[in-house]
Structures are given as C-alpha cells and as structure tokens.
Write a protein that binds this ligand. Structure first.
Ligand SMILES: Cc1cc2nc3c(=O)[nH]c(=O)nc-3n(C[C@H](O)[C@H](O)[C@H](O)COP(=O)(O)OP(=O)(O)OC[C@H]3O[C@@H](n4cnc5c(N)ncnc54)[C@H](O)[C@@H]3O)c2cc1C
Length: 506
C-alpha cells in the first residue's frame, strides 16, 4: 500500500483519490479552497470554489466518462443520478424519421447532464466515505519535498530526483510515497519541478475565446423545450450552446472571440445575454419565459490548450514519486467538453500503473505517462488543430458576416481555402448527413464522446463516402438554414433600447 498526497480536490484530484483509495492506497487530499462539503447539491452550487472558477460555467460529461464510471464505480454513477443528474441517451434522441434499427455499441452512447458543482459534490462525498482517505482544505501545496527513499514503496536507486512528500502553506510537511499534482490549469507545475532542478517543457496555444455562461431554472410547471436539432452552433464570431443541468436547471454559454470587446461587453449584461439567446435557434425556446436566471453572467478567460511533458528525451520520468493529472498535465479548449473525461482517464491509468508496479515509482510514472500519451495527447492535438482551423476560416471570412476576428498573424490563401473547405464540408456534408444517416451520426457521436480517436471520422472510408455523397448533392437541395444572425445583425438587435420580455408560458 502506498501513501499518496494529492494536491488539489477538483475533478482530477478527486478522481485520482477515488481510484487510488479503492485500490487500497492511503490518500491525503490537500485543497487550497477552504471548502467543507456542503449538505446537498443545491448548496454546492453556491460553494466558494474560487480555485476552480469554471464550476459555475456549463459542463458536459461525455459518454467516455459516464461509461468509465459505470464500469469502475457504478455506485458513484448511481449517486449522481440520485443527486439529479440525468443520462442523455443519444440513441433515444435520434432525429425523427431516422432508421432506429439498433447497432452494436449503441449502449455506449450515453452522456451525463448535471451541473459541475453537483458532479464534484457527489465525487467528493464518495471519496470522503473511503476510510483510507483524508481531506485537508484551506491549505495549499507550496513545494515538492526532495529526499531519498530508504524503505517501502519505491525504495531503490533512481536516476531522477526523488520526491518524498510536499510542503504545505502552513509550513508543515506531508510525507508521501507518491505526490499527485492536481491543481488545475493555474497550478505552476513547471515552477515546482524547477525547484528540484528539472525542466517541464510546455506547449501552449491560446484558444482565442472567452466564456460567458448563465444558469437558469425552469419556472414551476414549465418543462424544457423538446430538443430538435443541435444544442448549439458556431457562427464564426460566436459559438453558443445550451446544457441541461440537474434540479430543473440549465445553462447557456457563449464563447466570444477574446479580441471582440464590443460583443463581450454587451453580453455581460444579463438582459442582453438573454436577448442574444432569444435570437439563436438552439436557445430561443429556453428563454421564452419558461425559466428565470439564477446567476448573473459569469465570465472566464485565459482558456488555453496546453500540454506539459514530464519525461526526458529517453522517455524517462523527470521526477520519481510525483506525477501530474488533469489540467495540471494537459488542458484543452473547454468548448469540446473533454477535460473532466480526460481527468478520469488519467486517474484510472495512474491507479492501474501503481497496481501493476513491482515497487519502482519510476516505472509507475513511465507507464502512466505512456498511457497519457496514448489516450490524452491526441485530444490536445485535435483541439489545437480545430482551433487553428476555426481562426483561419474566420480570418478569411468577409467582415460583413463575421466581425473583427483576426487573432493571429497573416494567413496564406491556401490555408484559408483549406479551412473554408473544411467548414463547408462540415456544414454542407457532415451536419446534413448526421440528420439522415444513422451510421454517420453514430460515428460522430462516438468521436465527440471520446469513444473513438479524434481522427476516426477522417479515417473511416464508409463514413467519408457517406458524407461526401451528401456534400456533392448540396446544390440539389435547399441551402442549410442559418445557425443564427450575422454579427452586425446581432449587434443591431442588442443595441435596440427595449424589447418586450417574453411572457411565461402557460
Ligand atoms: C469555462 C470552462 C468550461 C469547461 N467545460 C467543460 C465541460 O463542458 N466538460 C468537461 O469535461 N470539462 C470542461 N472544462 C474543463 C474542466 O473544468 C477541467 O478539465 C477539470 O476541471 C480539470 O480538473 P482538475 O482537477 O485538473 O482542475 P480543477 O477542477 O480546476 O481543480 C483544481 C483544484 O486544485 C486546487 N489547487 C490549485 N493549486 C493548489 C495547490 N497548490 N494546493 C492545493 N490545492 C490547489 C484548486 O483550488 C482546485 O480546487 C471546462 C473548463 C472551463 C475553464
């Protein structure tokens, strides 16, 4: 049995603690936020979690995460459902008229819907009910402690500096065989490693967006609108989506170009936020008066794609006795909703590496990093390339449809043409194919939910053939309906002095 110190009790820290404690290890979680567990999920929504400010932004919990909980910790999935989370069975929601013949793998296409605070509350409660787990909140991990290991787990000759615990913000020391750094995207992991003389290489790329979210609750007697079509859209200058929550809540999120100060300023006003939502097809019905806002408009910037490398050129871990998980390891654009799922994937990989270990913590870290490279890195690369493509396409688009979206340097005509083609292929090939073709829809859902690799749509010749057939037929059908107004139209609508507020539905 190893003694493990986990720095950070967000999703990655909690998931690591869950897997490790249930594998028989002793776990001490250290969380900087002074946040005892609230009594119930409703109180958890108002939790003071300033160390993870994204908790009051929309979160999607993809099928990969739900399936992993079902396989490994079914009691936690059951607790989530009991706390109000719902399962989103994509097959039950197939578009009207689509062939409903069951296909292999259908049972996998189920995601979870709830507020992020509810998810975290259930996870923390499950972790704290393990007898070998302890949580110390209101304390931060300030340094890694270097030492030599004389006995117990991981003793032996190690090439890399050996970590034997952490120093905490109150000056105390916490000894551990293994330290798990789970401090999220803001944790300066390279600085912690640098104190021990090692260099963590980072690749970082700004997503170029900021998030604006608002939570709403259905009024008494009102129901969610029936979802027909996508839950959001990408207008180039604005991305938007609606997410079901628990306890009769839902949230609306806009992702605005971080340089578009004008639109950001307007959308920070709750009245204008709601007015914008009323002008977008996927969100209009949600703000027709059936629900009322329960938060202001929350804003979050600094959204990056970032990958840190924890091995040297020989593939050997930089440190023995310390690893990073979750956003402290790899962060991806929140728009794709992958962070929590990938955190769970890493937590499982870490526990499996420790279980397989014959005592060498260097081997544990090497196996864990190899698994992260296989399972997490492709999603980092996919996020970066998708973001670049979106930026390039926006640069090439005429300003009367997209607004001031130039976020990086000059782009070659070839790149713009390629990006524009890809957008057109998505809009006039993939998306219409997904409305009619159950094979294409399933392939997309499986990829989107991390059940298939990010390039799986592009490498499946059957899917490509089906999408291209729809694309090539584009001139023989009505043009795709607009996903929303142009930027100018939206600004004009937001500039109107007053609008009559929608009346509550009967
Ligand atoms: C706006 C936004 C929307 C998102 N939407 C989605 C989504 O829809 N679906 C999805 O799966 N993912 C989403 N993500 C990503 C997801 O939130 C993260 O991937 C996930 O929270 C990672 O968990 P984590 O534990 O690594 O970090 P966090 O959840 O951020 O937790 C880190 C914790 O560590 C603590 N901490 C920091 N430093 C220290 C220290 N030195 N000592 C002790 N404690 C410390 C912090 O207080 C915090 O509690 C979104 C992210 C953002 C920013």
């Amino acid at each position: 049995m190893a003694r493990v110190a986990v720095a950070g009790a967000g999703v990655a820290g909690l998931a690591s603690a869950l897997y490790l404690s249930r594998s028989g290890h002793e776990v001490v979680l250290v969380e900087r936020d002074d946040t005892p567990l609230p009594d119930n999920p409703s109180d958890a929504f108002w939790w003071d979690r300033r160390g993870a400010p994204q908790v009051r932004h929309s979160h999607a919990f993809l099928a990969r995460l739900r399936n992993q909980l079902l396989a490994d910790h079914p009691d936690v999935l059951a607790s989530l459902l009991e706390a109000g989370a719902t399962e989103m069975d994509f097959i039950a929601m197939l578009p009207e008229g689509m062939d409903r013949t069951p296909m292999p793998g259908d049972e996998q296409l189920v995601a979870l819907a709830c507020r992020r605070t509810t998810f975290e509350w259930v996870l923390r409660r499950a972790v704290l009910s393990e007898s070998t787990t302890e949580l110390r909140h209101g304390l931060a991990v300030s340094h890694l402690r270097r030492g030599t290991r004389q006995r117990g787990v991981g003793a032996g000759a190690d090439r890399a500096p050996v970590v034997t615990g952490v120093a905490l913000s109150d000056g105390s020391l916490l000894e551990a065989d293994l330290v798990v750094l789970a401090g999220g995207r803001r944790m300066d992991v390279p600085a912690l490693y640098a104190e021990l003389g090692t260099t963590v290489e980072e690749l970082e790329e700004d997503t170029g967006i900021i998030y604006l979210s608002q939570f709403m609750r259905l009024r008494d007697g009102a129901e969610l609108p029936r979802q027909v079509g996508p839950i959001g859209g990408d207008l180039g200058y604005l991305k938007y989506a609606v997410f079901n929550g628990d306890d009769r809540t839902f949230s609306l999120t806009f992702a605005v170009d971080s340089k578009d100060r004008e639109l950001r300023r307007l959308l920070l006003d709750p009245t204008l936020f709601e007015r914008a939502a009323a002008n977008l097809p996927a969100t209009a019905a949600h703000v027709d008066g059936r629900a009322e806002a329960i938060t202001g408009v929350e804003v979050m910037g600094g959204l990056i794609n970032r990958r840190r490398s924890f091995t040297d050129s020989d593939g050997q871990p930089l440190l023995t006795g310390a690893v990073a998980v979750g956003d402290a390891h790899t962060a991806t654009n929140p728009l794709y909703g992958r962070g929590c799922s990938l955190a769970l994937v890493q937590a499982r990989a870490l526990a499996a590496a420790l279980d397989r270990s014959t005592g060498s913590l260097t081997d544990v870290a090497a196996q864990y990093e190899a698994e992260s490279q296989r399972e997490v890195e492709p999603w980092y690369r996919a996020a970066v390339s998708q973001d670049r493509m979106a930026r390039t396409a926006a640069q090439g688009r005429p300003t009367n449809t997209s607004g001031p979206i130039s976020t990086s340097g000059p782009t070659s005509t070839d790149e713009v043409t390629r990006a524009e083609f890809m957008r057109s292929l998505l809009r006039e090939g993939l998306f219409p194919a997904m409305r009619v073709d159950p094979v294409v829809l399933r392939a997309f859902l499986a990829m989107f939910n991390l059940l298939r690799p990010p390039d799986s749509l592009m490498t499946d010749s059957d899917v490509i053939g089906r999408v291209m057939a729809v694309y090539q037929d584009r001139d023989n059908r009505a043009p795709e309906p607009a996903l929303g107004p142009t930027r100018e139209e939206l600004l004009e609508c937001l500039a109107q002095r007053s609008v009559s507020r929608p009346q509550p539905r009967e």
